[in-house]
Design a protein around this ligand. Structure first.
Ligand code: FAD
Length: 392
């Protein structure tokens, strides 16, 4: 392997180049990053940074790049791939040659096809965070479209700023597909107990605009006045570069268990990659922090000739009011949930079990340093009587 180019200066790209150098690769390495920042972690954007805490989200020490002779090109976008000549065209006009190209272009907020939606707030970047934080003035009214993880995290942060928050969710319960009815009901109750006006079974039809921007939303249940509107209805993978270069795209860039596209010189990792998981025997596109880190490191290992494959279970975490949790696994839609511990006190473990009694996923809420034990349980058969909150 000669020169490596990584397109995308997010967490996955940062961890890939960190690993390449950490494992002794000495060839030229360049990261092309569209944002005007060094790679940073996004989870604090909807948590500590939105609460006004002084948290540094930077993924690598600023001195690291020079110390490790990795070229970081910020505020530069890759606009075209010439796979035949193995080069990337940048919006600065240059062409960069690669021997191995890693696409780590991440995802972008989904913008609904509704009047006015392009004028709403979204949350993906540091600049977005600044805009959302500026909107969190005590007494202001914030309408949040979508009760997914980001929408609910922003709702929690906004209530801490004493903002009047209305959350509008199309489904009957927030995050029911992930948590199941009982636990999503628990989360909904928690938000309501903190003054969030969480409305479910409601569809948003328009973001209403005044002369200075959004002034509310029109919904299937009437109009809601607001000073700010945030749309948080998920993300779409940034696949344009790959698609235009003729690579297979199907809900992300399609890659095998070693993150390779059909072109042996091009890999894809992180939020943009729809990668075959050998353990779960299915293709997965995972939009989580842990996945970006693991795939970044793993693709470096693959490029260095190691026998590394995508075989780990998805993991993620959230913090909303008193509900702080880690979640591991991939339960099926019909798996049943068993809880152990104090659900009302937000200190419990939830286990997902399939029809055969095998653990398919688990979540530790307010109980820490147990997620590795839960991960080890996934895929094993456990008698319900043997499931505990792991605290004794
Ligand atoms: P990204 O972080 O999206 O980075 C991709 C980068 O590539 C971007 O900077 C983009 O500008 C750049 N790029 C795209 N196209 C080009 C191009 N053509 N040329 C150059 N650069 C390009 N996960 C959790 O597990 N727990 C959490 O609590 C959590 N909280 C989150 C909160 C927020 C607000 C957000 C937005 C995400 C959160 N996530 C969380 C998800 C997690 O942050 C992502 O999974 C992770 O950032 C993915 O990293 P990535 O490097 O694959 O992509």
């Amino acid at each position: 392997m000669d020169d490596v180019v990584v397109v995308g200066g997010g967490l996955a790209g940062a961890r890939a180049v960190e690993r390449l150098r950490g494992e002794g690769f000495r060839g030229p390495v360049t990261v092309v990053a569209a944002e005007p920042h060094e790679p940073y972690e996004r989870p604090p954007l909807s948590k500590d940074l939105l609460l006004g805490k002084d948290t540094d989200p930077t993924a690598l020490d600023p001195a690291w790049w020079e110390q490790h002779d990795v070229t970081l090109r910020v505020a530069v976008r890759a606009i075209q791939l010439d796979r035949g000549a193995r080069r990337v065209h940048l919006d600065s006009g240059e062409w960069l040659h690669y021997d191995q190209l890693v696409l780590a272009t991440g995802a972008e907020p989904r913008v609904p096809d509704l009047p006015g939606a392009d004028r709403a707030l979204y949350l993906r970047t540091l600049e977005d965070k600044d805009r959302v934080l500026a909107a969190l003035r005590p007494g202001d009214r914030l309408a949040i479209v979508g009760a997914g993880w980001i929408g609910l995290e922003v709702a929690a942060a906004a209530r801490t700023h004493e903002v009047e928050v209305t959350v509008l969710e199309m489904a009957d319960l927030p995050l029911e597909k992930v948590l199941g009815a009982e636990l999503s009901g628990h989360l909904a109750a928690l938000h309501r107990s903190h003054g969030v006006d969480l409305r479910t079974g409601v569809s948003v039809q328009e973001v209403l605009l005044g002369p200075d921007g959004p002034v509310g939303v029109r919904t299937s249940q009437g109009t809601i006045d607001a000073d700010h509107v945030l749309v948080a209805i998920g993300a779409v993978p940034a696949v344009d570069l790959a698609r235009e270069a003729g690579l297979e795209v199907d809900d992300g860039i399609v890659v095998d268990e070693r993150f390779r596209t059909s072109d042996e010189h091009v890999s894809a990792i992180g939020d943009v990659a729809n990668a075959w998981n050998v353990r779960l025997q299915q293709r997965l596109r995972v939009e989580h922090w842990d996945n970006a880190i693991r795939q970044g490191r793993a693709v470096a290992d693959v490029l260095l000739g190691r026998d590394t494959v995508h075989d780990w279970l998805p993991y993620f975490f959230t913090d909303q009011f008193e509900f702080s949790m880690e979640y591991v696994g991939r339960p099926g839609p019909h798996d049943r949930v068993e809880t152990r511990g104090d659900v009302e006190g937000h200190e419990f473990i939830a286990y997902w079990l399939d029809a055969a009694g095998e653990v398919t996923g688990a979540m530790n809420v307010g109980i820490w340093d147990v997620n590795d034990r839960l991960r080890a349980l996934v895929g094993t058969r456990v008698e319900p009587a043997d499931l505990t909150d792991l605290r004794q």
